[in-house]
Design a protein. Structure first.
Length: 114
């Protein structure tokens, strides 16, 4: 089992180079089978060879929350919530992510504790 990193930065492969990235720069994660796509707030993205669950364990759950089977979001990037049958979350970088019904209550609970 992966352990949560105590360091504020993680090493990510971006455009053929290894970059040290602060965790708070990560906007959201998207599951892609045995891989996870990592999207940064500045528009850069990369794919890592870890499942979403493992990536979440490394990042910790203080600011990252699972919002869908395929998505985890950094709460500091959340701008708005669209309710309804197809609930979604609008991020500060312009992206819109789906919010599953089964994870909505847990998502809202994070904001109640802030």
């Amino acid at each position: 089992m992966a352990t949560k990193s105590l360091y504020p930065k993680i090493l990510l492969p971006i455009n053929g180079e290894q970059h040290f990235v602060r965790k708070e720069e990560i906007a959201f994660l998207e599951a892609k089978g045995s891989y996870t796509d990592v999207y940064l707030g500045d528009g850069r993205q990369t794919r890592i060879s870890k499942k979403l669950k493992s990536a979440m364990e490394i990042l910790g759950t203080e600011w990252f929350v699972r919002i869908h089977h395929s998505y985890s979001v950094n709460l500091s990037f959340v701008e708005s919530l669209r309710n309804g049958e197809n609930a979604s979350i609008q991020l500060s970088n312009g992206m819109t992510l789906p919010l599953s019904r089964s994870r909505k209550a847990a998502f809202l609970k994070f904001f109640q504790r802030l």
